[in-house]
Structure formats: structure tokens, C-alpha cells
Design a protein. Structure first.
Length: 176
């Protein structure tokens, strides 16, 4: 159950991000309007948290979950959309002004898509989500937790075996 509206806040930010990256090329003033909207939203959320609702209880999370995948999908769709807009506007301008006659809009579209996807892939490989050292720490922590649980199970099984055999327990001086 979402008590504090966290999912709604994420959805609002993701929708704004996706609209800006897809339509910002046609209306560049949208970025300034989005920034002003974010400042106003920040102020309203601040007053809402301070005066209306209880302070959220902090909890540890490792990522933003499904919202990361939604953002990535929005980036890929915006690559397609913006490449199409740029290539076909360039083609239309070249035809109307007569400067470049042999420019095919679809060929330019394909060049832009391939270039953008290759650049996106290279950047995602260079700037990974989790640094290598942090990944090693997570793997070590997972190993330690697993080994601790296994040791605890063995100790518990040994203790249960000793308690289930009262005859054997009489042999030890501690239990007399």
C-alpha cells in the first residue's frame, strides 16, 4: 500500500521526463516550463510533508525498481521519435530551400538511429549502473549471509539431535 504517494510522484516525474525527451525537440521552451513546474512541485511537496502528512518512514532500497525500465524504454522511444523528427525536418528544409537536392529523409533517419543506439550502448557500458567495487561488495555480502544461514542451520540441527536423544545427553557431565 502506498501511503505517502511515492508511486504517484515517480509516475509524475517519469511522465514529465518522457514528454520532455520526446517533444522537447519540437518545443524547446518545454524544458524551461518543466523546470518551473518542478520547482513549484517541490515547494508544494515540501509544505505537504511539513504540515499535512506524517514524515515518511525511511526504508532501504537498492534501485527504483520497474521505473528504471520504464525510463530506459522512454529513452529508446525518444531516440526513434527524435531521429524521425530531425531527419524529416531536415529533408523538408532541404527541399524547400533547394540547398541539398539528393538527401533522402529515410536514409538520414537510419543513420541517426544507428548512431544514437551505438552511442547509447557505448555510454551504458562505460557508465554502468553499479560500479565494480560495489558489485563485489554485494556479492561478498550475499556469500556471507548464505554461509551464516548454513552455519546456523547446522548448529540448530545439532542442538535438536542432542535434545531428541536424552540417553546420549546423560553421558555428558554438564547435563547431569
Amino acid at each position: 500500500m502506498d501511503i505517502y504517494g511515492t508511486v504517484d510522484n515517480y509516475m509524475e516525474l517519469i511522465m514529465q521526463f518522457n514528454v520532455l525527451i520526446m517533444l522537447g525537440i519540437d518545443f524547446p521552451l518545454a524544458f524551461l516550463l518543466g523546470f518551473i513546474w518542478d520547482i513549484a512541485d517541490l515547494r508544494s511537496e515540501k509544505s505537504n510533508l511539513m504540515k499535512t502528512i506524517q514524515r515518511p518512514v525511511p526504508c532501504t532500497v537498492t534501485s527504483i525498481g520497474i521505473f528504471n525500465d520504464i525510463l530506459e524504454l522512454g529513452v529508446y522511444i525518444s531516440i526513434l521519435f527524435n531521429s524521425a523528427v530531425v531527419s524529416f525536418q531536415f529533408h523538408a528544409l532541404s527541399i524547400t530551400h533547394g540547398k541539398i537536392e539528393n538527401v533522402d529523409g529515410f536514409f538520414l533517419f537510419l543513420i541517426l538511429i544507428v548512431t544514437n543506439f551505438v552511442l547509447t550502448f557505448v555510454l551504458s557500458e562505460v557508465f554502468v549502473d553499479i560500479p565494480d567495487r560495489l558489485r563485489e561488495i554485494f556479492l561478498r555480502q550475499k556469500y556471507l549471509m548464505k554461509s551464516t544461514i548454513e552455519i546456523y542451520k547446522k548448529v540448530k540441527e545439532t542442538k535438536e539431535e542432542l535434545e531428541s536423544n536424552p540417553i546420549e545427553m546423560d553421558e555428558f557431565e554438564i547435563y547431569e
